[in-house]
Ligand binder design. Structure first.
Ligand code: DQA
Length: 151
């Protein structure tokens, strides 16, 4: 089975996971989540590269640089989910299959979190399962990519 290369992108404030509103986002740190994901990735014959930034342009640059390098993108764009046309355009520009994830259920929260600019350019979205959202998102992405390969 061919190894898949997956880019995992974390947006602003996710570097504070563990400290930040643990009642909403849980107690795991970003490093914990990246470690769990990389372990899951190995079982799925996938190599993960994880990147976090608080800067919109850095996320856009990283999406552009993913062209030709990564088979899929798993993204939690954090607050940029609700504001960033630039990240959405970068994702639709590179056309790399993308799954959107959120730790919290964004639809149970403030109304400004109910809209995602990313959702229309993603294969799908997983929201509300804490760190498990990332693992489920990775499974969904790999499943999608393996089906593509088989065509
Ligand atoms: C988040 C939800 C966003 O609304 C928020 O701005 C975040 C985290 C989540 O994972 O639940 O930073 O993307």
């Amino acid at each position: 089975m061919r190894q898949l290369n997956i880019l995992v992108l974390h947006g602003p404030n996710l570097n504070l996971l563990g400290l930040r509103e643990p009642q909403i986002y849980g107690s795991l740190t970003l490093d914990d989540i990246n470690t769990l994901l990389s372990e899951e990735g190995k079982m799925l014959h996938s190599e993960l590269f994880c990147f976090q930034s608080n800067h919109e342009g850095a996320l856009v640059d990283t999406i552009h640089q993913a062209l030709g390098k990564y088979d899929g993108i798993l993204i939690n764009a954090g607050a940029y989910t609700h504001t960033s046309v630039a990240i959405r355009d970068a994702l639709s520009g590179v056309k790399i299959p993308t799954v959107e994830v959120h730790l919290s259920n964004i639809y149970q929260r403030e109304s400004f979190r109910h809209h995602s600019y990313i959702a229309p350019v993603a294969i799908g979205q997983i929201s509300g399962f804490g760190a498990e959202s990332y693992r489920l998102g990775l499974l969904a992405l790999v499943h999608y990519l393996r089906k593509l390969e088989a065509k």
